[in-house]
Write a protein that binds this ligand. Structure first.
Ligand SMILES: CCCCCCCCCCCCCCCC(=O)SCCNC(=O)CCNC(=O)[C@H](O)C(C)(C)COP(=O)(O)OP(=O)(O)OC[C@H]1O[C@@H](n2cnc3c(N)ncnc32)[C@H](O)[C@@H]1OP(=O)(O)O
Length: 200
């Protein structure tokens, strides 16, 4: 096994360790039903300014959970008339990413495992829900489903994930300078990101 392709190890387990704790909803988290808005206007998952994006809209749920809808467009096809699996995984990833904001935590996906249970045709509305199940240090364990035919319809896709909490510096240090500069020049973007760190 080369160093560039490390073996998966216990650190990538999707099962919370025995001393993991229950997630805590931040007291300032928006009320259930409130749209969360995009975390970044050019985000592929949720950004309104991203012409190639999924334009997923997430709303706060009860506890540490969110719901979201994503409409499969012709641009999202893999096979004729059917959604691409990677696009569906992106929708799950985005929904799982948004749920961390209810804890006022900034986190990135560490590991994401998707089950594809039913094909999802173009024009389908995928009804997503995601919730955090446990927290262990910086590791956030969460799970999500995507249903078709309505919010109570059959599950077409589901995923389990581990997100890792990061500071805003993660993005500043790793992002391409052009986009970072533009984001830093946007007071709303900076305020949104910093609010989570000065009001933990
Ligand atoms: C002005 C600009 C404002 C911008 C404001 C934007 C804010 C809003 C952005 C939100 C965005 C969301 C968007 C959708 C969600 C994505 O799609 S995020 C994009 C995809 N994900 C990534 O790019 C992550 C890439 N990976 C990394 O950067 C690093 O590997 C990580 C994940 C930060 C971890 O590195 P690290 O901080 O050095 O962590 P490390 O100390 O090694 O490990 C910490 C713990 O996590 C565990 N761990 C680490 N990696 C993994 C893993 N892959 N699996 C399982 N466990 C792991 C370790 O075992 C360790 O556990 P303990 O020993 O504590 O028990």
């Amino acid at each position: 096994m080369s160093a560039a392709n490390p073996p998966s190890s216990a650190k990538t387990s999707l099962v919370p360790p025995p001393d993991a704790v229950a997630p805590v909803r931040h007291p300032d988290a928006p009320a259930p039903g409130t749209p969360l808005g995009a975390h970044y206007d050019l985000c592929f998952g949720c950004g309104g300014g991203q012409p190639h994006g999924l334009h997923l809209v997430a709303r706060a749920g009860e506890g540490v959970s969110v719901t979201a809808e994503f409409t499969v467009k012709p641009a999202h096809q893999g096979a004729p008339g059917l959604a691409h699996g990677g696009v569906l995984t992106s929708a799950l990833d985005e929904t799982l990413g948004s749920v961390n904001w209810l804890m006022h935590v900034i986190a990135v996906t560490g590991r994401l495992e998707t089950d594809f249970l039913r094909p999802v045709p173009v024009d389908t509305v995928l009804h997503l829900d995601a919730r955090v199940t446990a927290v262990h240090g910086r590791k956030i364990y969460s799970t999500a489903t995507g249903r078709i035919g309505g919010p109570d319809g059959p599950v077409a896709v589901r995923a389990d994930a581990v997100f890792i909490e990061v500071k805003v510096e993660h993005f500043i240090e790793n992002g391409r300078q052009e986009e970072i500069r533009a984001a830093m020049d946007d007071p709303d973007q900076v305020r949104r990101a910093r609010a989570f760190e000065v009001n933990p």
